[in-house]
Design a protein around this ligand. Structure first.
Ligand SMILES: C[S@@+](CC[C@H](N)C(=O)[O-])C[C@H]1O[C@@H](n2cnc3c(N)ncnc32)[C@H](O)[C@@H]1O
Length: 306
């Protein structure tokens, strides 16, 4: 998905910022084009049910006009702390917090996250895109730390079941399928999701959700997190919204959203995606309430009788 010159001008004209303290009604379903450090003091206490943060990793990387520079682990930890500490006030007592990182910054996320929250898990997802290395292992995984504010948190495992093709179709002594079912499209088993996710595809050129954002997350990844850790109508907050994946998926799944992103072009992409989400709320890889394995698009399409 790209933006024409005309769209860029049109969407830029719709971008807004928050300049004074706001109530919940003023921030719900909004995208703020602003430095998150300027937004946080103006957000109300205890308004967020789920925060998903995908901050710049500890790498030298350009996000359009701005460059994030690799630094020491200690300095990166301090930077994490500088915004996370300001977010604690915004979270409801039963809120969940997810923070993304690669293997280099994962330890810092754990260290700083633990200062404020209860660590519940670390998800590792296979990020297949990436170059091979001559003298190192190819880097093709990322982490997402899962924290909660208290032990009284919401988690709906039934909403994030995985539909897997059955390789070994075991039967019981009566010859009936053991934990799997025969369908016109093949044999499938519904399994509980683990903390290793191998069913994601990083958006690439032919996927409708793909944009020019350099580190765009898959909609399917956000769908898992939002379905497991929020209810319909909850507020999902993303302080580093990028191309808008979190806000778009929250909207598709009937949650309220608040996204903050400093870059105007990325905000325009997010606006365009939000507009399209009003017309089409499908999420690639999530069909009929279950998540399908990678490369089962044709089967799942048949399953949906498309
Ligand atoms: C890793 S990307 C997020 C990508 C996003 N999850 C997506 O799917 O497109 C981090 C984003 O944070 C933004 N950013 C960096 N510093 C920021 C700040 N101080 N305030 C708001 N946004 C910031 C960058 O412009 C970048 O788009």
């Amino acid at each position: 998905m790209t933006l024409s010159e005309e769209e860029l001008i049109r969407y830029k004209a719709t971008l807004t910022t928050l300049q004074s303290p706001a109530e919940f009604e003023q921030i719900k379903d909004r995208l703020l084009c602003q430095d998150v450090f300027d937004v946080l003091p103006n957000l109300p206490d205890r308004c967020v049910d789920l925060m998903f943060a995908d901050p710049p990793y500890n790498l030298t990387k350009s996000f359009n006009d701005r460059k994030f520079r690799k630094t020491s682990i200690d300095e990166y930890s301090e930077w994490l702390d500088s915004w996370l500490s300001r977010i604690v006030r915004l979270l409801k007592p039963a809120a969940s917090v997810y923070i993304c990182g690669d293997w280099r910054c994962s330890a810092a996320i754990n260290r700083i996250g633990e200062k404020y929250f209860i660590p519940q898990n670390r998800i590792t997802w296979e990020r297949e895109k990436g170059r091979g290395a001559k003298s190192n292992w190819k880097n093709c995984s990322e982490d997402i730390w899962f924290f909660t504010v208290s032990e009284d948190y919401y988690f709906d495992v039934d909403a994030v079941m995985l539909k897997r093709q059955v390789i070994a179709p075991y039967t019981d002594q009566n010859g009936d399928p053991k934990d799997w079912s025969e369908t016109e499209n093949g044999r499938f088993r519904l399994t509980h999701p683990s903390n290793i996710w191998t069913d994601l595809t990083v958006p690439y050129w032919s996927m409708p959700e793909n944009t020019d954002h350099p580190t765009q997350k898959p909609e399917k990844l956000l769908a898992k997190i939002i379905l497991a850790s929020s209810r319909a109508g909850d507020l999902v907050f993303d302080p580093f919204n990028g191309s808008g994946t979190t806000t778009v998926v929250a909207k598709k799944l009937g949650r309220h959203y608040l996204g903050v992103e400093i870059d105007e072009t990325f905000c325009c992409l997010a606006q365009k995606r939000l507009k399209l989400a009003s017309e089409d709320c499908s999420i690639q890889g999530y069909i009929d309430g279950v998540f399908w394995e990678r490369n089962t698009k044709n089967i799942s399409r048949k399953g949906k009788l498309l």
